[in-house]
Design a binder for this molecule. Sequence first.
Ligand code: NAD
Length: 376
Amino acid sequence: MAKTGMFKTQAKRILILPGDGIGPEVMSEVRRVVDWLTRKRKIAFEITERPVGGASIDAFGTPLTDDTMALALHSDAVLLGAVGGPKWDNLPFEKKPERGLLRLRKEMELFANLRPAVVFDALAEASTLKLEVVKGLDIMILRELVGGVYFGEPRGITTLPDGTRKGVNTQVYTTPEIERIARVAFDLARKRGKKVCSVEKANVMESGVLWREVVQDVHDREAKDIALSHMYADNCAMQLVRNPRQFDVIVTDNLFGDLLSDCAAMLTGSLGMLPSASLGAADAAGRRKAMYEPVHGSAPDIAGQGLANPLATLLSFGMMLRYSFDMGAEADLIERATAAVLDQGYRSADIMQPGKTKVSTTGMGDAILKALDQIG
Ligand code: NAD
């Protein structure tokens, strides 16, 4: 644990939850970067580490203990690896590793999910899209995470009098739910390209009509400095593969965000490179509860073999520096070190290309530290 006495600012309290499969392997490499920042930049971190998911089931019989949940609520930010694996697949639904993750999201009230899609020059050819379409891509999909059709009532499957069955889910959004996600979108855009595209299906859904009106109202009241446009979700899916660089921040609901963020992710060509952040409401001091995690899962097929790419988790830590700690310079440093190791030709197995240097999980960590020493 880093001591705070020698540092000017208060230590940043981070709860690290490595989880299962490749989670602990990739997290070890991030810990080395955290140590580097403490040594070289005199940034104090107070790190607490706990098991989550399958690892917590094995240790405590539950995917997330109350103690760990309390720690998450009292940390400045949470960094999660990944949970799950075949060992725990047959447990009842309430006991599964993923329940730990859902409880964290629910009790921290993480309503805003940030999924950047960035194409590093060195990997632009890995995209299934043409180089000229994706080169230099840097967009952010902002998905509302706790409302909409995945949670709306009524829901369920009923049997009708004639014996046929009916499945129902309800798309619901209230004004406050739309306002708070719109505010996050405008805040994000202010730190980026100053453009927000709000996405719904106002042509066929009343919830979409309300979404459009409320986002426009928040814009007109609070965010006139940001260029706001509106787009139907089906068109947005097309535009993402036709000309993704037209976007800066896309803000959308839970369902459309689920689909569009995966679509945008694939523009970058690699699961091992994709970070994410989930943010809650701001408190009186402007601080938001936050959890950062790679988009990928626990990859049991490669766990324990030194094959995992640690960059998605490292970039998630970079997002933590930017969005929880307002350390834009350090976040930039991590992104520049990542670009540098890729430019130098280092590749983990998942992003290996002919003529490049294949490195293990630790080898990628070594390369990152070397790059940090050079540019930091
Ligand atoms: P996955 O993301 O774990 O793996 C998909 C494929 O991508 C695998 O071939 C894997 O080897 C590869 N891959 C993923 N991350 C990589 C990395 N960093 N470096 C190199 N290769 C990487 O998805 P899956 O196979 O569908 O799920 C495996 C387990 O993870 C399941 O138990 C699932 O429930 C869980 N899961 C957890 C999360 C999470 O914790 N947020 C997310 C998705 C899946």
